[in-house]
Design a protein around this ligand. Structure first.
Ligand code: AMP
Ligand code: GLY
Length: 434
């Protein structure tokens, strides 16, 4: 089979790496890919938002299956365009992907189907929104309705910052039309957990749990990023939470979607907030997470291609997903200045050394090849994953690999998975650079 993977981050490298292992897979094309995916197949210079270009490529190159990585192409109807041409594709249609591309839509579905989530009001009028926030208890959360490159959520500690955020979004269109409508939401406390599930409309199968570290700096300080590291499984996930996830979240959601005549096919990634053993939904993503994929896929036993095919064919009920019990940890190595301004084109050293390490996977994100060198080419540069017999071992091995890699301005968090370790090993610091 000939595959096309849309996207060029660490998630897409991990998808290409896992799909490469399937005996059915022949050639893999990645649009636009990175230096990592170039080692597994062929990169093609088509941006993920070029629907017509991607469709033409798939037709001209007899692609058997296209896998969509990022959220934007899903929201822009790439899956619908492919289906209209009878091209096989993994991912939800534009209308089903509204679960991610419209936070207002997701909230309405959750409300109607009884999925536990934060209380929220919806506003497109600055004055009404400002009047509403006068009466609330702080902090509160203000969210742009649409996709805003992961930046559209603002946690306001008081009424003044809430008003400023509302003005910036509705009045000044800081996030463009994505912020023309806002949700003003109750702040939920607790710990966050990323769930990944294959969904075929009526049924779902859990692929795995993971915890992401979204803030830039250690101890969850600094601005939000796409994700600075992750581990899987979520250490505090329990059978009782899984039961809640099944009964209160997934079954209710799928019923609610079906009531709306929406058939979701693909990978659904609900982000949950858990407090005192009760799970509530923060958001739905309609695609694999980044960097969650880089810890979930190395733990997946078996054939990802077969699982994707069964999902498309509505056979999720018959599917068997087996995972490696060993935990995985990934540390994101980023360019200085990320998530704001950063430089690119810096030479990366140490990759060959790491390639020899057992149980270590280096997933490329913002990288490109240049005359035999690998150069930085984005904010998040590499996702360094390790598996271990315990979370502590996986973490130590990931940081050992990180210590071998260098590039000018390299930045990474030193506390990925640290808080999840048992107290007796949590005191150990990460290895220093060799
Ligand atoms: P979202 O894009 O909705 O996941 O929001 C991004 C991040 O903002 C989440 O991962 C949470 O850390 C935080 N967040 C979103 N909604 C809430 C909420 N209602 N209460 C507390 N934190 C939230
Ligand atoms: N790591 C969070 C996301 O992929 O949205």
């Amino acid at each position: 089979m000939r595959l096309l993977i849309v996207g060029g981050g660490g998630r897409e490298h991990a998808l290409a790496w896992k799909l490469r292992q399937s005996p059915e897979v022949g050639e893999i094309f990645c649009a636009p890919g990175n230096a990592g995916t170039a080692g597994l197949g062929e990169n093609v210079a088509i941006p993920p938002n070029d629907n017509a270009g991607l469709r033409r490529f798939a037709q001209e190159n007899r692609i058997d299956l296209t896998v969509v990585g990022p959220d934007d192409p899903l929201a822009a109807g790439l899956v619908d365009d492919f289906k209209a041409e009878n091209l096989r594709v993994f991912g939800p249609t534009k209308s089903a992907a509204r679960l991610e591309s419209s936070k207002v839509f997701a909230k309405q579905i959750m409300r109607c189907s009884g999925v536990p989530t934060a209380m929220a009001g919806v506003f497109d009028d600055t004055k009404k929104a400002c009047r509403f926030v006068e009466k609330l208890r702080y902090p509160i959360v203000i969210k742009a309705d649409g996709l805003a490159a992961g930046k559209g959520v603002i946690i306001a500690p008081d009424a003044e910052s809430a008003r400023a955020a509302i003005y910036e979004m509705i009045e000044h269109r800081r996030f463009g039309e994505a912020g023309a409508r806002v949700l003003i939401e109750e702040f939920l406390e607790g710990w966050e957990c990323s769930l990944h599930a294959f969904v075929d409309g009526d049924r779902y199968q859990l692929l795995g749990t993971a915890c992401d570290h979204k803030r830039l700096r250690d101890q969850d300080e600094g601005p939000n990023t796409g994700g600075m590291g992750a581990y899987s499984p979520a250490a505090a996930w329990t059978c009782d939470l899984e039961k809640q996830f099944d009964e209160k979240i997934m079954r209710s959601l799928l019923r609610g979607l079906n009531d709306e005549k929406l058939h979701f096919t693909g990978l659904l990634f609900p982000g949950l907030m858990i407090k005192d053993g009760v799970a509530r939904v923060l958001e739905f993503n309609c695609r694999f997470g980044d960097p969650e994929t880089q810890v979930i896929l190395p733990r997946l036993k078996g054939d990802l291609l077969a699982i994707m095919q069964q999902t498309i064919d509505g056979q999720v009920g018959a599917m068997k997903i087996e995972t490696d019990p060993r935990p995985a940890v990934t540390v994101v190595m980023a360019s200085a200045g990320y998530p704001e301004k950063f430089e690119t084109g810096k030479k990366i050293s140490g990759l060959a050394d790491c390639a020899k390490m057992e149980n270590v996977h280096i997933f490329h994100a913002g990288t490109r090849r240049n005359n035999g060198d690998v150069l930085t080419n984005g904010g998040r540069v590499l996702s360094v994953t390790a598996l271990g017999d315990s979370l502590g071992e996986a973490r130590a091995l990931a940081y050992e690999a990180v210590s071998k890699i260098d590039f000018e301005g390299c930045y990474y968090r030193r506390d990925i998975a640290l808080a999840a370790l048992p107290a007796n090993v949590a005191g150990k610091d990460v290895p220093s650079r060799s």
